[in-house]
Design a protein around this ligand. Structure first.
Ligand SMILES: Nc1ncnc2c1ncn2[C@@H]1O[C@H](COP(=O)(O)OP(=O)(O)OP(=O)(O)O)[C@@H](O)[C@H]1O
Ligand SMILES: [Mg+2]
Length: 248
């Protein structure tokens, strides 16, 4: 639960994000979607309720992250893309991912041993290319980030999140500012990542039409509460959902 003065922005919302899924959270303006994710990722303190995160896929080691500060949530592997430092626009796509890989923390003892260090560096480059391939940016590896379009920058953010070891990535309106053709690309890549890597996405969208077909499971929020949930087709045919979107 989250209150802003007299307004209850998130109220009794019970959302489960299954491992390796793309779970979609949709709803009209002001529904409470962003507030919900902010409460989960520590950007806002909840006024009630609990947040659990299971990065190890082991019920016994499940973390109660309720009220954790943002950097601690981030370190545990639950990343909201804006928490990652913005891409360095003057650096290339590859360099940006290498920097993010470096943030995982190296063994300080390995550094003076140049022979090992070179091996490690090679391994990092290999890993960076692997990630870039999976987000569709391999061909752009030597482009400076400022030359990328809005959608490609979004995928670079995802690549950097993956490089930091993120297990659960929250994307708030990832297609904002991108052209419609590229929005499908973004969701296609996000969806394929849930199959090709051990990663899970919680995607927040305001528009229902573009994201819905790509989701494994959908929650619909309106005025602070979940008003519908299910598969994309269940939600799309739910009269409650239709009413909310027509009312808009
Ligand atoms: N920091 C804040 N202080 C006061 N009220 C807030 C604050 N943040 C959000 N709200 C209010 O809480 C409600 C939910 O807002 P929220 O931004 O979570 O909605 P949303 O579903 O993300 O909408 P959108 O699709 O426009 O992004 C709205 O009524 C909003 O005005
Ligand atoms: Mg929002």
């Amino acid at each position: 639960m989250k209150r802003f003065g007299g307004l209850v922005a998130v109220n009794g919302v019970n959302i489960k994000v299954k491992r390796n899924s793309m779970t979609l959270l949709i709803g009209p303006n002001g529904a409470g979607k962003t507030t919900f994710v902010n409460v989960c990722t520590g950007v806002l303190k909840p006024d009630g309720g609990r947040v659990f995160f299971d990065p190890f896929n082991d019920e016994k080691r499940r973390l109660d992250i309720t009220g954790w500060p943002p950097h601690r949530v981030y370190k545990s592997g639950f990343v909201r893309t804006f928490q990652i430092p913005q891409p360095f626009l003057a650096l290339t796509v590859l360099e940006n991912v290498l920097v993010a890989l470096g943030e995982r923390g190296e063994n300080p003892l390995a550094a003076p041993l140049r022979r090992f260090w070179v091996k490690e560096e090679e391994e990092r480059v290999r890993r960076a290319f692997e990630i870039l391939g999976k987000v569709g940016l391999k061909d752009y590896w030597d482009w400076e980030a400022y030359r990328l379009g809005a959608g490609q920058l979004k995928m670079l953010e995802v690549a950097r999140a993956l490089a930091t070891g993120a297990k659960l990535i929250a994307l708030d309106e990832p297609i904002g500012g991108t052209d419609p053709a590229y929005s499908h690309e973004i969701f296609r890549h996000v969806r394929s990542l849930t199959k090709s890597m051990d990663v899970t996405f919680l995607v927040i969208e305001h528009r229902i039409d573009i994201a819905l077909p790509f989701a494994d499971y959908v929650y619909v929020m309106d005025r602070g509460s979940v008003i519908s949930e299910g598969t994309p087709s269940e939600v799309a045919n739910d009269p409650n959902v239709i009413k909310v979107y027509i009312g808009e």
